[in-house]
Write a protein that binds this ligand. Structure first.
Ligand SMILES: NC(=O)C1=CN([C@@H]2O[C@H](COP(=O)(O)OP(=O)(O)OC[C@H]3O[C@@H](n4cnc5c(N)ncnc54)[C@H](OP(=O)(O)O)[C@@H]3O)[C@@H](O)[C@H]2O)[C@@H](O)CC1
Ligand SMILES: Nc1ncnc2c1ncn2[C@@H]1O[C@H](COP(=O)(O)OP(=O)(O)O)[C@@H](O)[C@H]1O
Ligand SMILES: [K+]
Length: 517
């Protein structure tokens, strides 16, 4: 799913009105009606007090449409105008008149924080104060109103975005943003729903289709894409009946040091379980027996040294190479990696200490083959790009790194983001069960195993990150968040693959005449 910028959303709105021969007021009616339908389906007329807070722009206009429909359907509604500016949008004014026509009374005007409305914990707040048009800091009394919302503990449903949250910046003051329980966003999710510093402003979100011109949506390239099943299905390569292991490539995993052999084992298991034909692990001698006995499917080549990698020397021709998991940053390991980079021509995935070595010796970045995949967690990323001021600065710096060295950078975390040049691929799968040692090592193996099978590096990264998160999503239902460990990611890979082709279950329809007991 594409993640459109606010400029593109405005453009799409205008183009849709023109192409479909409708006014912007009609588009707003559609948008507001969708929100009303969503609420009506869930509330079924329940008389819970609903407080609809409307700004004076088009987000407020949407709120007025929702309030009008709620009122005409007999809900218990109070409508307020948060009067933060003298300028009103045309469609706000039209809907302001319409709600007056319906209720025979104007909504309650709020001009300051002197008398904030009473709201009970069990009430519902509809937040239509600011949408994507927010362009400067909010005034103090509106911040007090947001604090009032928090103090009531009532459920907040935000329209389009939690009010006060800009679509392209991290808020300087947390209290200047509404904390939404749920956000109903028009046509596209916003990038801020996926960044660690801004995702917290809404517990959940959902996109509502308001009929924006399909051609515009299809043909407009976006800076960011949200990667779910629909996006990865076209990447998947089916297997031919007469294929053999030679068709699925040979991956080499270089890593490990005394006490960290498990990292190589996990990565190697990731390689084969994702479907590569063969895997060879290159590690210090101390890893030979443990790996051979715990994972018989792998082949092993040992370094001359017992405890660390000192010379990368192998007599196989791999299709993809992973370097770094558990490798340590001993001077001899760094030299070995340096020497390896001078002659290596194979696709590379670099993780963990491989990234730490690159951070120490930035000149090595120039020796990476084009489209090398780097998979840093936040601390490792900081080594590469330096400290960032906020999540948007982090993305900007990561894009610069990706462009300078023509590499693919995977910013790991909740909603892992793969950065390739100026493009962002935001992964939709995964959950906090993955916050446990070794899950990153498995991911490295998965991406390397996909490249070995013939997926191009970018496709392998996007697909690998998706399957990794999906594995955890499917298994966490059985294992719970706490007891899930890195080996479980590997166990869930088959389920994640099978899930790609699962058809959604048809809705249960009651037989005509059948009555509920
Ligand atoms: N047909 C359509 O277009 C559709 C649009 N849709 C809806 O429109 C929403 C965007 O509406 P919007 O552009 O009117 O902006 P909105 O967020 O309501 O802000 C209102 C105005 O406030 C002002 N302002 C900004 N910051 C401020 C501040 N800190 N303190 C005080 N004032 C401030 C600023 O105006 P300014 O003063 O800069 O002229 C701004 O324009 C979008 O989120 C969606 O809900 C849907 O209906 C689908 C169809
Ligand atoms: N809260 C979370 N939600 C989703 N995924 C997470 C979360 N925390 C961690 N992960 C994922 O788990 C993996 C952890 O990788 P990493 O920190 O390198 O672990 P290790 O070095 O122990 O292998 C990454 O793929 C990351 O995206
Ligand atoms: K809002």
């Amino acid at each position: 799913m594409k993640i459109f910028s606010k400029e593109q959303i405005y453009e799409g709105d205008a183009l849709t009105a023109k192409k479909q021969g409708i006014t912007s007021t009609e588009l707003m009616e559609r948008a507001g009606t969708q929100i009303f339908n969503w609420l009506h389906l869930r509330m079924q007329g329940a008389q819970v007090p609903i407080h609809v807070f409307c700004g004076i722009g088009n987000n407020g206009g949407d709120g007025l449409v929702v309030a009008r429909h709620l009122i005409t359907h007999g809900y218990n509604v109070k409508t307020y105008i948060v009067n933060y500016s003298k300028t009103r949008s045309k469609d706000f004014l039209i809907n302001y008149e319409r709600i007056k026509g319906t209720t025979k009374d104007w909504p309650i005007l709020l001009n300051d924080a002197k008398e904030l409305p009473e709201i009970d914990e069990k009430d519902i707040i509809v937040d239509a104060i600011f949408g994507i048009g927010l362009n400067r800091p909010i005034v103090t009394w509106v911040k007090q109103l947001f604090n009032h919302f928090r103090a009531t503990k009532a459920f907040v449903l935000s329209i389009d975005v939690p009010s006060g949250l800009e679509t392209d910046a991290v808020p300087k003051d947390e209290e200047c943003v509404v904390n939404a329980g749920y956000t109903l966003s028009f046509q596209t999710p916003k990038l801020v729903f996926f960044l660690p510093e801004t995702a917290k402003y809404t517990v959940q979100w959902e996109v509502l289709d308001i009929g924006i011109d399909p051609e515009y949506l299809f043909t407009t390239p976006t800076e960011a894409d949200l990667i779910g099943k629909n996006e990865v299905l076209p990447i998947y390569k089916p297997r031919e009946k007469y294929s053999h292991k030679g068709h699925f490539g040979h991956a080499l995993v270089i890593g490990g040091s005394y006490g960290k052999i498990g990292a190589v084992t996990l990565a190697s298991r990731g390689v084969l379980t994702i479907g590569a034909g063969k895997v060879t692990a290159y590690m210090p001698k101390c890893g030979y027996i443990p790996l051979q006995s715990s994972f018989p499917e792998a082949m092993v080549i040992s370094d001359v040294n017992d405890e660390k990698i000192t010379k990368i020397d192998f007599n196989i021709t791999p299709d993809a190479v992973a370097f770094g998991v558990g490798a340590g940053t001993d001077a001899k390991t760094i030299s070995a990696f340096e020497a390896f980079l001078k002659t290596n021509t194979k696709p590379l995935v670099i993780d963990a200490d491989g990234i730490n070595i690159l951070a120490k010796k930035k000149a090595l970045l120039k020796s990476l083959p084009e489209n090398t995949v780097l998979t840093p967690h936040p601390k490792e990323l900081e080594g590469l790009i330096g400290k960032w001021t906020d999540d948007f600065d982090k993305l900007k710096k990561t894009k610069a790194l990706s462009k300078k060295y023509k590499c693919i950078v995977v910013i790991k975390g909740a909603n892992t983001i793969t950065v390739y040049g100026d493009k962002l691929y935001v992964n939709a799968t995964g959950n906090p069960s993955l916050a446990t040692a070794g899950t990153g090592d498995v991911l490295t193996g998965m991406i390397t195993g996909l490249i070995a099978q013939g997926y191009d590096a970018l496709a392998a990264t996007i697909f690998g990150v998706y399957l990794h998160g999906k594995s955890a999503d499917l298994l966490v239902e059985e294992l719970g968040y706490q007891s899930f460990i890195a080996s479980h990611v590997i166990e869930g890979i088959p389920l994640a693959y099978l899930d790609l082709f699962k058809q959604p279950e048809p809705p249960q329809v009651e037989e005509a005449g059948e009555e509920e007991n």
